[in-house]
Design a binder for this molecule. Structure first.
Ligand code: PHE
Length: 467
């Protein structure tokens, strides 16, 4: 164990860094996929329920667990969990969380590398004069080996490696600059997101598309926002909803422990956690639903959206939208939009590197440099297969097992540790220590009973799908 040396510069900086960690590709690109694949209006209700009775409680749990463990000079989930309970098993569960971070970072950085590549292609004018069909095909061949003579989608691999190198380099230098960058980038991203959301809302019956004259943006919105109650008993939808909530809030893999370990003992948790959580949900529910889905439905039709729901949707459609604004504006819009997405992505993928680095520091006293490069190496080894076998579905398997199931499993274990082993009495006191708001008392019982019960039910009822 080493002693605490850094702490957070300011409250705004802390919230923005936490929000930067949370707001990422998950909000803009993953949420629409999950919503569409799980029945649109059928997904939204479980999603919101999961936010209130799982997401918020887990934010409290991870923030307070991190601050508590950090008090003893720990920086990583295994050591932090170890301070809360006797028994080595918790340390190993912490290690499981760390590997989830690496597995998610591995494929997450692939999507991040698309945004980087699209900035480049916007600048050099690749999309100029393309029809909607051409734009969609460009993406399809970008990720597909079948379109390459060498058997490797080499351009995709190059951007992926550059993206990982950049992540590794920044991690090796420390995250000091992140707070500052987040202060500028986050508001800009939200601002431009609002502009695009307005466009999404006003795209209407397109005719805007040369090839799919019946495409209609409102079909997309209706699909998403017409509540359907019939699938409330479907565990698959609940698993997806819980997984998305954890993914987007960055809980269920211990990342927040590592950030919160730098809090001072009497720093507020309750208000900070709720603010960062709600800010993230605003971006996800409003911007995540008003940009990609209506625009894709507006150009290609709802049927296309349902059949092709995937991280690629935004890449298959947005450049075409920008083309409608004229060539010069298209360059700016492309650079701005994909650049801001890249920024949102990198503040998240960097966060995924911190648990591994903290662990290597706690366990072996490794330097930042060593920690960062070993992280980059692991992520590369795990991620390259998802790049090369993207169309064979390996990427989706990662997203399901690492990006959904593992988060729910870890969250469940963490909740049990917090409420039943560390003890809810002590736990609730930790959450409220230094709090700037008074939390309603019933939340204690939600954390104690509702969160683990619902998590347990989701997990147990998902087992038939796995065997
Ligand atoms: N919350 C991030 C997103 O929505 C992803 C993330 C998960 C970041 C876990 C850090 C840790 O994109």
């Amino acid at each position: 164990m080493s002693t605490k040396t850094e702490s957070w510069g300011s409250r705004v900086g802390l919230i923005l860094a936490m929000a930067g960690n949370a707001v990422g590709l998950g909000n803009f690109l993953r949420f629409p996929v999950q919503a569409v694949q799980n029945g649109g209006g059928a997904f939204i209700i479980p999603y919101l329920v999961c936010f209130l009775v799982m997401g918020i409680p887990l934010l409290f749990i991870e923030w307070s667990t991190g601050r508590y463990g950090g008090k003893f000079g720990n920086h990583s989930t295994p050591y932090i969990l170890d301070t809360m309970a006797k028994g080595r098993i918790w340390k190993y569960i912490g290690v499981f969380g760390i590997f989830t971070n690496i597995a998610v970072a591995a494929y997450y950085c692939y999507i991040e590398s698309w945004t980087m590549s699209y900035v480049y292609h916007s600048i050099v004018g690749t999309f100029n004069g393309m029809s909607q069909g051409d734009v969609a095909n460009f993406f399809n061949s970008y990720v597909d080996v079948a379109h390459s003579t060498t058997g490797i989608p080499y351009e995709a691999v190059v951007f992926y490696v550059i993206c990982l190198l950049l992540n590794t380099y920044i991690l090796s230098k420390g995250l000091g600059g992140i707070e500052k960058v987040a202060k500028i980038g986050m508001p800009l991203l939200i601002l431009f997101g609002v502009v695009l959301a307005i466009r999404g809302l006003t795209l209407g019956t397109s005719g805007a598309s040369d090839i799919f004259p019946n495409a209609n943006a409102w079909d997309g919105l209706n699909f998403l926002w017409t509540p359907q109650f019939d699938s409330l008993s479907n565990p698959k939808v609940w698993l997806a909803a819980a997984g998305q909530i954890f993914f987007t809030l960055s809980v269920g893999m211990g990342t927040i422990h590592c950030y919160a370990a730098y809090l001072k003992e009497r720093d507020d948790i309750a208000l900070n956690a709720v603010s960062a959580g709600f800010m993230n949900e605003f971006v996800e529910v409003v911007l995540g639903s008003l940009i990609v889905i209506p625009i894709a439905a507006g150009y290609l039709g709802l049927d296309w959206v349902i059949q092709n729901a995937g991280f690629g949707m935004a890449f298959q459609t947005m450049p075409y939208l920008f083309q409608q604004w004229g060539e010069v504006l298209a360059i700016f819009a492309g650079v701005f939009w994909f650049g801001l997405l890249f920024f949102a992505g990198i503040t998240s993928s960097l966060a995924m590197g911190t648990p591994w680095m903290g662990f290597m520091r706690d366990e072996f006293n490794w330097s930042k440099n060593k920690g960062a490069w070993s992280f980059g190496f692991l992520a590369l080894t795990m991620g390259l297969p998802t790049v090369i076998f993207f169309n064979e579905g390996l990427f989706d398997q990662y997203d399901y097992w690492a990006g959904t199931v593992s988060l729910v499993v870890f969250a469940f274990l963490e909740t049990i540790l917090f409420s039943y082993i560390f003890g809810i009495k002590k736990g609730w006191a930790e959450i409220n220590k230094g709090a700037d708001i008074k939390l309603p008392g019933f939340y204690k019982y939600i954390i104690l009973i509702v969160t683990p019960a619902l998590l347990g039910w989701v997990l147990i009822s998902s087992i038939p799908d796995w065997v």
